[in-house]
Design a protein around this ligand. Sequence first.
Ligand code: DMJ
Length: 633
Amino acid sequence: MTDPLPSKKKRDQPKQALAAQAGKAHKEGRQHAAGSSGVFKLLSAFVLLAAVVVAYRHDPTLFTDFLDSWIGFSEHWEGSQPATSTNNPVHLSADIPKRNAVVAAFRHSWLAYEKDAMGDDEYHPISHKGSNLTSAGGIGYTVVDSIDTMLLMGLEAEYARARSWIADKLSFERDGNFNTFETTIRVLGGLLSAYHLSSGDPVYLDKATELADRILPVFETPSGLPHPMINLAKGVGVANADFTGLVSTAEVATLQLEFRYLSHLTGNDDYWRRVENAMRIIKSARLPHGLASIFMSVDEGQYVTSAIRLGSRGDSYYEYLLKQYLQTNGSEPVYSDMYEDAMTAIHNHLVQKSTKSGMTYTAELIPEKDASGEVSWRLTPKQDHLVCFLAGSLMLGATKTGALAQSVSVPPRDKELTPSGRRDWKTGVELLRTCMSTHDTATGLSPEIVHFRIPSDGMDHNSMAPADWYIKGARQVFPFSMSFGYELEHFACFASPGEFPPYDARYMLRYVYVFTYVQYTDTNGPSPETVESLFLSYRLTGDQLYRDHGWNIFQSIEKHCRLSSGGYATIVNVDEVPVRHEDKMETFWMSETLKYLYLLFDDSNTLPLDKYVFNTEAHPLPIFQPSVRTGFS
Ligand code: DMJ
């Protein structure tokens, strides 16, 4: 696949409202000064100069910080001030009442699940039932995905019961097909994290090793890329019946943190080599533009022409490039190279600004074939909620691969970052602002998918057209007549009164990968990606703004997703009040969304970012120095 991509058009950046306000204040100040006498002005200038000299001698950083801000680097400090802008380590204390509220939400969820469905993979809180991913029985998805959150929150009684279930009842002897990626990030990742946080309880390492050994046959393919499914009892990799011969890029590139840590713990290099080989294949398959299509051929080990996006099927490929580099303490430069290459490609081709307010978002590229088979790429202004992981990831990456020194200030200063580090930091801050804006809905929760306005959408003739972004299908009656082209295509499925809205409008606590059998759909419940980025950005800046946003999201979840009978549920339309619930509590609600919310309000000494890397399901794994010599470059 070598088709050239459309290059991103440069657009004028809208002036920041904050800058305009600052300019106004400055002007008013000048007018006031103009009314003073000449002597007074001279004296004032002298006093000011003396104060400047004294202050500079006392603390020169006052001036370097001011300069950083003056040249625009700190333009993101729109809310309250960061805790400090000097040197690490910076200590951020816990907000105990808010943290306790998150713990109460976890208990409300867990106790309902435990009463109705203990041990089942999934939980349906309205019908008070559990279900399993295969007819051969489950493998404790919800229990294993949640147990490290209990350890973190200090829920001893709940933890003890969950541990007993894992020790006594968890079995992988299931003659059914499980999704390789989901089983790895949720179950293997959960076991490994519990092993570390329990200070080495062998029950978790034994189970993790058994599970990994059952998964390993997925790598027995012509290319070495893993099959998307695994029959755990038979130990056989299974192809995807819906997408014959294909596997998602995110799925093959989001197994590495888990298998590498297991290799480190056990000394078994095979785990490491298999997942590293997948990365080697991906590196060799690099497309000229440096982006990843969402599907690869399992036989060929090459990309196949398919959408390019940072949402479903693409997202965690980019996430794990950075995290593999972090996991081994920066000892594998190949991953920082791949990560920087990918972030440059993202900036060149996918990062966009909305037309009215200049909101930063990432678009998708959709391949289209003409009659002669020629492929061209259509830039589509659609962003999955999943993409919101990228905001925090870019900010974290800027302070690591984009840092000029081992550690940077909190928040980082302009001069501490490389040019690409400054670029990534800025985009991360702006993208997070966009993700927070997408919570501006009737419920205060963000939808699964938003579309951004573009000049060619033909909506400008209508005064009721949304300014920057909209949710396809969220409103029941579309207020203006649809005509042609893009507009028609994207609004045609607005729901009629009484109809079920499309999945774009949902809040799923956050992704319905349908694990059962070989389906893998794109529908997506309360979603972790924005709170994940809020947690990272708070740790990296100390800015109270991020905690405030996290608290607002949490309160919206409490209001709209909490069921008084126990548990929390997905809502089907974030722009509709009163809400309609779907009978599903996603496992990542307890493993990811509530964990990141807890950490957002906890003391920064808990799981510090220079000691831990979080897998894509929010299972913390320790950073280590590898003993394996890889030679992968
Ligand atoms: C999680 O299962 C993981 O974060 C995955 O990589 C994508 N997002 C879902 C939850 O939204």
